[in-house]
Design a protein around this ligand. Structure first.
Ligand code: NAD
Length: 431
């Protein structure tokens, strides 16, 4: 559904009127398109404290010729309150000059359990990042990456410094230790030779995920309920992939996926999801169980089956779909909020074991308000509030979730594990 307010504020009379009335003025976000550069523009590299990063120097990010499009601040060496003054000193003079739709990425260190001054200073970076994200405006985003070694962080920084992360702001992402990386990754087709399965892929966010993974070279299998098979087949044919008509709640769904994928699978995207909203007092058991079954139980069952049978190969990626409703809660969504919080629990518990036992990462995307048929069905005033109540003042697009999924699915993202990344424009709902 088109965001008419955003279109209106992009016109001269719209800008004039909204300024005079003190109404929000969301910026049109710059997103990736074929042929557009990988970075939002020149990256200004700053340091606060003495860097504690190990590993090779970061690859050459483009330098700014004039005002920076992005600022990368290495604050891993900030160990105390005095060190935080260096964060202020580094960013205060430049923050205003960062381009519209630009990026600020702060690099932080893991919190020390033996040094509470370091832990306080590093935790302070989180409040700093989230606050700057709320005030910076003009479609600019601010994120924090916690890491110790540069060699595992390239795919994450490339994503956050690119137009592909347009709707990701106010996030704290942990990058762990480097994993075995396929040295021959084609930068334009990183998923070449890999197979990706997207549940609920016939429309909405799932269709965008399927398109984006296919753009990155994957052979995509579009799974959806038999009632959506015409759409699934059409999309799969366009992407040179295949479709699978299957209800993910079928008890043998895992076995049927394994059977349909004799050559195994590299990327499993749990995207299928439903809402059946009612306040708890009015919610029949059927509404509760159908949502829990599609959004959570089937995710658990198929994940277990595909790991146990080895259908998901070593080096594989699982990306599940949570929601900010699972993090913040939402009126009328006790069933949906429970199911999506369950997805977060699954990710946090399984991630370290799946990496150790199967060589597979497990992460989640948590969309905020994304413009799809699901959100088009929300009553007008609630819909308008959902759209505006975030730092970017607008809803996201399915492609924003898809690009985040593609980064998590990237062969070089093996050190990103157990993360729940919100794609919500820094929604005011939840942490
Ligand atoms: P959508 O309703 O447009 O698409 C969901 C797809 O899942 C449909 O194609 C549907 O047929 C399929 N599906 C439903 N039940 C299925 C089942 N049992 N087996 C197989 N396929 C099934 O929804 P969307 O807005 O694109 O949402 C996609 C995911 O993102 C969902 O998990 C949703 O909860 C989550 N999400 C969406 C938003 C948003 O703002 N749209 C926000 C947060 C989270």
């Amino acid at each position: 559904m088109a965001d008419r307010y955003l279109s209106f504020t992009g016109t001269a009379p719209g800008r004039f009127l909204t300024r005079r009335l003190g109404l929000p003025q969301p910026a049109a976000l710059r997103r990736w398109s074929p042929g557009s550069p990988g970075f939002v523009g020149g990256v200004l590299h700053l340091t606060a404290g003495k860097s504690e990063l190990s590993g090779p120097a970061f690859p050459e990010f483009p330098s700014p010729s004039d005002a920076p499009a992005a600022v990368l601040l290495d604050a891993t060496g900030v160990r105390d309150v005095e060190g935080l003054a260096e964060v202020h000193a580094a960013l205060h003079p430049v923050v205003r000059s960062v381009d519209a739709s630009g990026r600020v990425v702060v690099l932080g260190a893991p919190l020390s359990s033996g040094d509470h001054h370091q832990a306080a200073a590093q935790q302070a970076l989180e409040g700093f990042t989230r606050s700057l994200g709320k005030e910076i405006g003009r479609g600019r985003t601010v994120n924090l990456v916690r890491l110790t070694d540069t060699s595992a962080a390239e795919s994450t920084l490339r994503f956050l410094l690119s137009p592909k992360s347009a709707y990701v702001s106010g996030q704290v992402i942990e990058v762990g230790q480097p994993q075995e990386v396929d040295v021959d990754i084609d930068r334009d087709l990183p998923l070449a030779g890999r197979t990706a399965l997207v549940t609920g892929g016939a429309r909405g966010i799932g269709a965008a995920v399927a398109e984006t993974l296919a753009r990155d070279g994957a052979r995509v299998v579009v799974l959806d309920v038999p009632g959506a098979s015409a759409d699934a087949e059409r999309l799969a044919a366009r992407l040179g992939g295949s479709s699978l008509a299957l209800d993910v709640t079928a008890p043998d769904a895992g076995a049927r996926i394994a059977e349909a994928l004799p050559d195994c699978l590299d990327v499993l995207v749990h995207n299928a999801g439903i809402t059946r909203d009612r306040r708890l007092a009015n919610m029949p058991a059927e509404r509760w169980s159908s949502v829990l079954d599609v959004n959570l139980a089937s995710v658990l069952r198929t994940t277990d089956a595909l790991l146990e049978t080895g259908t998901l190969r070593r080096g594989g990626r699982i990306v599940a779909t949570a929601s900010i409703a699972g993090l913040a809660g939402n009126t009328g969504q006790t069933n949906y909020g429970a199911s999506k919080a369950g997805v977060v629990g699954l990710v946090r518990s399984l991630a370290p074991r799946a990496a150790a036992e199967h060589g597979v990462t497990v992460n989640a995307v948590a969309p905020g308000f994304i413009e799809t048929k699901m959100t088009a069905a929300i009553p007008l005033f609630i819909r308008e509030a959902g759209r505006r109540m975030n730092s970017l003042g607008q809803g996201g697009l399915p492609v924003d979730v898809a690009e985040t999924t593609a980064w998590l699915a990237h062969p070089a993202s093996g050190a990103v594990n157990g993360q729940v990344v919100r794609v919500c424009g820094q929604s005011l709902l939840g942490a």
